[in-house]
Design a protein. Structure first.
Length: 149
């Protein structure tokens, strides 16, 4: 049996994020560090931006005319910029802009084993950094419409 469609959608996002590099015309090199788990503290990693991809929510949409099924999947890309950088908040904004550029309005279609997923970035939240927090964090929410074949 194949992987769950929700996991396939998360994997399709994670597979695309490494494109975010300065060499590819983006503002940051955040694509050099991509995880598919929620972030954990890692004080020894220095001033490197990191992206984490995880599922936020899923709902079954409608049956399609061709007999397939659609699912609406909310995926979070969490951009973590260590506060050891003097420009941590500015870098978090740059990473957010890069993710929005990678998943533009109107969406992009990516193939997955179970069908196709159309993904677009929709909203972003910047988490309040309490005193002593070790990072500036932006959570970018993507909406993915998964169409099963």
């Amino acid at each position: 049996m194949s992987e769950a469609i929700t996991w396939q959608a998360v994997q399709s996002v994670a597979a695309r994020l490494p494109l975010i590099t300065i060499a590819n015309g983006f503002r940051t090199n955040a694509g050099n560090s991509v995880l598919v788990e929620q972030l954990q503290a890692d004080p020894g990693r220095g001033a490197v931006e990191r992206l984490s991809v995880y599922l936020d929510r899923v709902s079954r949409s409608a049956d399609t005319l061709d007999g397939g099924t659609e699912w609406t999947v909310q995926i979070v890309v969490e951009a973590d910029v260590p506060s050891t950088r003097r420009d941590a908040q500015q870098r978090a904004h740059a990473v957010m802009a890069d993710v929005f550029s990678l998943f533009p309005a109107g969406g992009i279609a990516l193939p997955i084993p179970a069908g196709v997923v159309e993904i677009e970035a929709q909203t972003a939240d910047f988490l309040t950094r309490v005193d002593g927090a070790n990072a500036s964090v932006a959570q970018i929410r993507l909406q993915a419409i998964v169409r099963l074949l």
